[in-house]
Design a protein around this ligand. Sequence first.
Ligand code: PA5
Length: 471
Amino acid sequence: MLKSQIKLYYKNITAEAVGSEHGIDRQQFESLAKKTAALIPGIKEEITGGATRYGLLPDNAQMAKNIKKMVRQFKDKCKNLVVLGIGGSALGNIALQTALNPYTYNLDDKGRKGPRLFVFDNVDPAQLGSFLDFIKPQLSKTIFNVISKSGQTAETASQFLIIRKILVDKFGPKGLKNHVIATTDLQKGTLRKIAAEADLPTLEVPDGVGGRFSVLSDVGLFSAAMCGINIDHLLAGARDMHTRVTNPDFFKNPAAICAAINWHYYNQGKKISVMFPYSYALYGLADWYRQLWAESLGKKSSLDGSEVFIGPTPVKALGTTDQHSQVQLYREGPNDKVFTFLEVQNHGKKLRIPSPPACARELDYLAGKDMGELLNAEKKATEYALLASNRPCLTVLFPQVNAYTVGQFIYLYEVTTSIAGALFGINTYDQPAVELGKVATFALMGKTGDEYEKMARQIKPLTEVDGEFLV
Ligand code: PA5
């Protein structure tokens, strides 16, 4: 299994495939290669000790050991694992679970390889409230993994405070440590303080690794390992991809090619980037990619401080579902998108379609075919239809979906994002625009301090409903 490599297929962005107006010709590609290749050594430095350190995670054997130790400590006691987090502290967990465990994982009490997994990344009282009603009778067999680097994020903090009280009421303050694992900054922050006071077992949000780049750390790997996913294979896949995406030869480097193509199209007015998996298992990764791409590349200022207001808009679509929802727009709407299909060669299960009844001979063409063959035919059909409308298409080909190929994909897109950030000339690793909304929430929720009180006064006239405009 540790041989199958994912591949990036890029013929269908060429001028031969989509015409000279919308395709990339040889000369353009050569100049993209020159510009991008020059950035690769710097990116290698950057991700292994520079602006970020996510590039060190796949080699961190101690990290994998610690996670497995924690899994051994809790797995047998636990029927339900509940992750509390948001953004980079949740999307990776969801993506790994969706990709690598069966669709019916939570329902399958006999076949499941670990506890049921629930990930809460919102503050929806109807959603969490109904879950609490369900879980309260099972608390003795439930572990909560609260994940927050800062511990201050209102969503995660409020969920945790509710659950903390329920647990303290049931098990007493000393019982908390048997039911909560805190994943947070090693030294500082609100959650670190709470964990220290309550003597909670802890895992680490690694220093220098932003939330959206943290899936291959304790943040994403603990829930995966608890649920029977092979984290060694995930990390091995990432290591394999590290070699490929740090290759200084542009033409052998899938991240460099992917970043360069996306950057080129953004500059040509194709500012929307659609990730289109033809596999439900990979749909969570498209969601994970949306955050990675949007928070990393959507920036007001370039590195030299000038205002650029830059960033491709990532969109997710699911094949074949969204063929019946989005493809009309994708083909006949503005030619402002670049498409990235995710195609799986072996879906891991065969589902033979039986013969139709005699009254429906027009369905004969399906008889005896495998459903995976239909899914892949529909991908090719959609790609063909998009090409017929001169829409550029990339494909990431998965021989199969397993921990090794998913690890490769994650690392491929992390490095693609880093290279794209360098091409755009922005800081890939900050997210200053997210902060204002977070602080405004504190203000609206009555956090004390002049800064918050002033902001609450500013927010009121802008967001209070003005009856004159209400119909
Ligand atoms: O990518 C990011 O940095 C964000 O999405 C964070 O992960 C998210 O805001 C949660 O932050 P924290 O881990 O501090 O609760």
